[in-house]
Design a protein around this ligand. Structure first.
Ligand code: PEP
Ligand code: MG
Length: 597
């Protein structure tokens, strides 16, 4: 492909250059991996071994179901076995591996797509049925080949830019750790969990590149510029040089920023701000130490699943992780959020839930209470780790105080179990609620009376308040942290926490944006939890600010409470409104001119 510039939205900063590798998880996860000429015969042999294994699997299925299933189903298995012996199918796949020098999984995927299209175009009944057989056979073959796990992108010996329509957070972690240097995506928004993970892994991402996966980009050099939200296909030497220079400047800036580590996090007029870190992946703890964080303000424990998916992490494994967080946070607390599963987060991989609208479905604390068997080990692990340090537990997606009460009795029940077993634990940890749903923001005063602390999850609070999907690139411009409705809600939560005298922090991505730091401090927030990468920038920003000035700015009309009017004033206003409805307008308002005048 010739040099082209694709414009999207940068959702994770930085700039990197690498070769495009396609990724498709339509049915399974499928990567297109180029292979060297010497490896082609090995790849063809791998295909034939996989076909043998898939045939074996079908034979076993057919034998096991004899007597239990109707004859038609036997006929289906037979047809599929025949398909797997068919030279024209395997021959086509083999040819594709040889001609394109690509991995067998991708060759199976593309041949399946081609044949399906041909069968569907013919529009002949019995051929349409063959499409289903073909899909099953292709899936069997890919499973036998081992899929993504059979490949390590590091094998390619060069930087890889992963090109995909969309990417789940767990795919972002797994592939991000496999040698990918950047992502170029068709979908996604800056506060999506995929973007959050990419920032944790320091991988630039450009999203919103509609039609990207239809381009023939395989093996093409791509420059992913997460700062400017663009991807350059076949960048020229000057563009490459400029990207490298920016990377060097970025590294230098990060080193300079790291020097703020020893400076106090306080405003110019001496207001101390507690700057904590959000931890998604446990390896970020070292970075948190380097930037001098005042403890962990949010540990997204659900990402533990990513390491283990599709299994659950064991209770002992969890105890080790939670203890590591507590130790790393000392002398400050570590705030651990219970699994915020559901929504778009790992539901597909772990829970197998099929919800029409999962973001409004069984997620966060709703899932905790609905599926206690998943959460029992987590609560026990938290109780055990709490015995060894300052651990705070936070509940996601709270919408009602009954949820807090039910959660407390769940904890008590698990603690009684541990007492009966004679296992060391502590049930005295502070329990907090995330305020990330408008309903919770409105009743924050009541929630504050039920808990020991609150934390604002602005990512979801904005999504739900403004009805703007945080993953949807088409409405990304409407995702506005400074929308008056959001700011007014924040003001209400700050007031509620102050009246109930409970600590309040903000741990959404908004806390890590230096442009909104003045607003947050002006609203009265004094605890922020941000990604380790963002912490030095925020510290340096707040050190240049003065709170009284900010307070004046945030006393704008959107923040003010409506003036209370006297009964007489209300009557006068009503009379005026009635007059306006029944009379000709007065004053400067002119009658419309007659047409033609
Ligand atoms: C939030 O919603 O702001 C938050 C911190 O939680 P998450 O981003 O994991 O949904
Ligand atoms: Mg949230």
């Amino acid at each position: 492909m010739a040099r082209t510039e694709l414009q999207g939205q940068g959702i994770s900063p930085g700039v990197r250059i690498g070769c495009a590798v396609s990724f498709d998880h339509a049915a399974d996860e499928i990567l297109r991996i180029p292979i060297v000429a010497d490896a082609v015969e090995g790849e063809v042999a791998r295909l034939h071994r996989a076909a043998e294994a898939a045939r074996g699997e079908l034979e076993t299925l057919r034998a096991d179901s004899r007597g239990h299933l109707p004859d038609e189903l036997h006929a289906i298995f037979e047809a599929q076995e025949l398909l797997l012996q068919d030279r024209s199918l395997l021959g086509r796949i083999e040819e594709r591996i040889r001609m394109r020098q690509i991995n067998a999984e991708w060759a199976v995927h593309r041949v399946e797509q081609d044949l399906r299209r041909q069968f569907e175009d013919l529009d002949v009944g019995h051929l349409r049925e063959r499409v289903d057989d073909l899909r099953d056979v292709a899936r069997l073959l890919r499973r036998a080949l081992g899929g993504v796990e059979a490949h390590d992108l590091a094998e390619l010996g060069r930087d890889v830019v992963l090109v995909a329509r969309d990417l789940t957070p767990s795919e972002a972690v797994r592939l991000g750790r496999k040698g990918v240097c950047a992502f170029a995506l068709e979908t996604g928004g800056p506060t999506s969990h995929t973007a959050i993970i990419a920032r944790s892994l320091h991988l630039p991402v450009v999203a919103g590149l509609t039609g990207l996966t239809d381009l023939s980009l395989a093996d093409t050099p791509l420059l992913v510029d997460g700062d400017r939200g663009r991807v350059l296909v076949e960048p020229d030497p000057a563009e490459r040089e400029e990207a490298l220079a920016r990377r060097r400047a970025g590294d230098l800036h990060a080193r300079e920023m790291a020097a703020t580590r020893s400076l106090p996090a306080e405003t110019r007029d001496g207001v101390a701000i507690r700057l904590m870190v959000n931890i998604d992946l446990i390896e970020e703890l070292e970075e948190a130490r380097q930037v001098g964080a005042a403890g962990v303000g949010l540990y997204r424990s659900e990402f533990l699943y990513i390491e283990k998916s599709p299994e659950l992490p064991s209770e002992d494994e969890q105890v080790d992780v939670y203890r590591a967080l507590v130790d790393a946070s000392r002398p400050h607390p570590a705030i651990i959020r219970t699994f915020d599963l559901g929504g778009r987060k790992l539901a597909r991989e772990v829970l197998e839930t099929q919800e029409e609208n999962p973001v409004l479905g069984l997620r966060g604390v709703r899932l905790t209470l609905a599926r206690p068997e998943i959460f029992r080990h987590q609560i026990r692990a938290l109780l055990r780790a709490a015995a060894g340090g300052d651990l705070w537990v936070m509940v996601p997606m709270v919408t009602a105080i009954e949820e807090i009460r039910a959660f407390r009795s769940f904890v008590e029940h698990a603690a009684d179990e541990l007492t009966a077993e004679g296992v060391e634990h502590s049930r005295d940890f502070p329990l907090g609620a995330m305020i990330e749903v408008p309903a919770a923001a409105v009743i924050a005063d009541r929630i504050a009376r039920e808990v020991d602390f609150l934390s604002i999850g602005s990512n979801d609070l904005i999504q739900y308040s403004l009805a703007v999907d945080r993953n949807n690139e088409h409405v990304a411009h409407l995702y506005q942290p400074h929308h008056p409705a959001v700011l007014r809600m924040l003001r209400g939560i700050v007031d509620a926490a102050a009246r109930a005298d409970v600590p309040l922090s903000l741990c959404g991505e908004m806390a890590g944006d230096p442009a909104v730091t003045p607003l947050l401090l002006g609203l009265g927030l004094t605890r922020l939890s941000v990604a380790p990468l963002a912490l030095p920038e925020i510290k340096s920003r707040l050190r240049s600010l003065e709170v009284p000035t900010l307070r004046r700015v945030t006393e704008r009309p959107w923040a003010r409470r409506p003036r209370r009017r006297s009964a007489a004033s209300r009557r006068r206003r009503r009379r005026r409104a009635d007059r306006a409805l029944t009379r000709e307008p007065r004053g400067t308002l002119r009658r419309p001119r007659e047409p033609g005048c």
